[in-house]
Design a protein around this ligand. Sequence first.
Ligand code: MGD
Ligand code: MGD
Ligand code: MO
Length: 766
Amino acid sequence: MARSAPRDDAGDRDLRVDQPATSAAGLPGVTHALRAGVTQMGVRRTALTLARVNQAGGFDCPGCAWPEPAAQRRSHAEFCENGAKAVAEEATLRRVTPEFLAEHPISELATRSDHWLGQQGRLTHPMVRRPGTDHYTPISWDDAFRLIADELQGLDTPDRAAFYTSGRTSNEAAFLYQLFARSLGTNNLPDCSNMCHESSGVALLSTIGIGKGSVTLDDLHRAKLIVVVGQNPGTNHPRMLSALERAKRDGATIVAVNPLPEAGLMRFRNPQRPGGLVGAGTPLADHFLQIRIGGDLALFQAIGALLVSADADAVDTDFADAVDTDFVDTYTSGYAEYRAARAGLDWAAVTAATGLDRAQIVEVARLFAASDATIVCWAMGLTQRQDSVDAIREIVNVQLLRGMIGKPGAGLCPVRGHSNVQGDRTMGIWHEPPAWLPALGRRLGVPVPTATGLDTVGAIRAMRDGEVRVFMALGGNFAAASPDTDVTVAALASCALTVHVSTKLNRSHTVPGATSLILPCLGRTERDRQSGGDQFVTVEDSMSAVHASRGRLAPASDQLLSEVAIVARLARATLPDSPVPWEAYQADYRAIRAIIADVVPGFADFERRVAEPDGFVLPHPPRDRRTFATASGKAAFTVSPLTVIDVPPGRLLLQTMRSHDQYNTTIYGLDDRYRGIRGGRRVVFVHPDDLTALGFTDGDQVDLVSEWSDRVERRASAFRVVSYPTARGCAAAYFPEANVLVPLDSTAAGSNTPTSKQIVIRLEPA
Ligand SMILES: Nc1nc2c(c(=O)[nH]1)N[C@H]1C(S)=C(S)[C@@H](COP(=O)(O)OP(=O)(O)OC[C@H]3O[C@@H](n4cnc5c(=O)[nH]c(N)nc54)[C@H](O)[C@@H]3O)O[C@H]1N2
Ligand SMILES: Nc1nc2c(c(=O)[nH]1)N[C@H]1C(S)=C(S)[C@@H](COP(=O)(O)OP(=O)(O)OC[C@H]3O[C@@H](n4cnc5c(=O)[nH]c(N)nc54)[C@H](O)[C@@H]3O)O[C@H]1N2
Ligand SMILES: [Mo]
């Protein structure tokens, strides 16, 4: 089925394409932030709300997982343009009421764009769609919980239910949610991580023994070399640019590895410093490797080969002492095999994979050899391809060669997406049973399941095949965020019951199961009052720092429940004989933190330590003590084959990415300012020479047709061609419009992450 523009996008009639921006943030950033705030919240609420973002006693920015500086060093305004937009979307004064849903049948909502759906405002009442009807109608909370409980109790096995989580959920809610699923008897806990940094987690767990990054913000500030691979921080982690700028001021060299010359990486104007508000900004990247999509594994293999001088023609003198033999001997395993495997590197294959010439790679390898404090950062440009796990392991190899783990200014830095996606995993949101689960079960007297559960792709397959009948989501927008949109939508619609705990209307609500519930919940910005008094929640950032988040705004409606309350009340309705003190947990979240402190490693004395202004940092054995909980007790070198993605003639390799005006499936607006796009999203960016070779020109209307081994034709219709300086042979379009092109079964080896950045397509005139 061809997916074309929804009716209210007006087929992107107003789409305009200008020159891309040459720098990011600065004054326009702040102005845009305030405008977004005022449009949704009004002047007073904007001022009040933004003043509390990321401040002690305030709430954690729901934007991204980048850490805040220590309280005493925090700039007055520790938020960015896109954080402000995320806050405005939540704190908006617009409302989706029962009256609204009476006026708009589901069949009509299904034709609306993601942008339009999100712009309608906050959900105010629990709503149900009954079988065979075309409307959501109000339902009481008690009836909603009863309905879900009946459905769950009627399943022949608890594995017929799947419980999805998106990464905004607090530690407390996440912990209760996994406890509920496991008390029920299933590990079917798919989450957004499965589509996001799962490849990083798998690669790091198998090499350094923990699936989290090994640096702190302070390390970033102290680094001498920072390599940013497959990440667009100007849009997705704007506060990271301040850290990069600061490191650079202290002499760090910055390398960007990306198929696109992203504005934020090229130049940056710091809105937090007076001098940053005007002028052309600081050039950030000293070196830009414009890599082909999928070339990263080859690039890091080549750098590794140069460092170990296994390459016969290596410029030996530069790399003579590049290997930190003390570190390698003491802390690692597998070096001999790694070094042997790097002999006779196939440079022709490296060039084909990367599109880079050898001199460029040698130059960057020299930077690695010369730096005694190197950090490699990465995000979705690395995690959403078939070879992602191996590609990340090649980064680990290079960092191990140079002894860059467990020393100041050095390390591995997967930059997380959702503001608490890392914390959710720490809290047990995982389709595998966490190591501490048996202890939790014993402590509370609940038997816990031991079999591996379903991840995101597994859950879609199971719904499609009729094996999962109840789908519940704690946040997120499963229908739009998942791959193979048509398959996912049909899978959801085939369920007996779908339940979405949400703040805003989204695509997933328009593709209901036979019965479907929308359960509206409090957001981060809102006051959370329970019978035990005002509550706060906790989150963990990308660098394993845990801190409190306290909302202050009056809730969007007096019907809203907190996520904790929703899970606790659902658990009581479903498991009346459960020995778990659900009611006490709901009344006072300190009780939840107390059990977390007892069972989750690193959380001892949780309540006291999280009361500190900066919270506390979780232990990270490789970072703290150079200890590695791997099979050998050492950090593992790994050997992977060199991959060159096969793109047949006349085809392009497509990546799907974020515009500057969206938060995943929440579309703030139709502009992508830094890339020169205004008033529309159905664009495909292609190199001018590829356009000429393919017989197209800028402005043409095309369909994108994805080609994959299952020979199913996946088509996204009516895209405007934009001539753009991406790497040759590559193309880019926005997520989620392009998700229809990502085959469900095309996933990363080892992590099962959909290959959202590796899709072979052809262009067809529309
Ligand atoms: N404002 C805002 N902030 C966000 C989000 C948002 O949507 N909006 N989303 C949040 C989430 S959940 C996440 S996970 C992060 C995502 O943060 P990013 O990973 O920065 O997000 P993407 O837009 O997917 O950008 C991927 C980048 O990788 C590059 N890339 C693509 N393919 C390759 C490749 O093969 N090799 C290399 N080296 N680079 C490649 C792309 O050109 C692009 O610059 O941001 C988080 N923060
Ligand atoms: N093609 C392609 N697909 C991708 C990606 C890509 O780069 N390309 N990126 C992937 C990545 S990195 C990720 S993380 C996933 C994201 O997948 P999800 O996390 O599932 O999607 P979001 O768009 O972040 O979810 C937005 C919805 O969350 C709800 N929400 C917001 N705040 C709250 C809250 O506080 N509580 C609750 N209960 N609900 C809330 C709102 O209703 C909103 O509509 O998408 C993945 N999909
Ligand atoms: Mo993500």
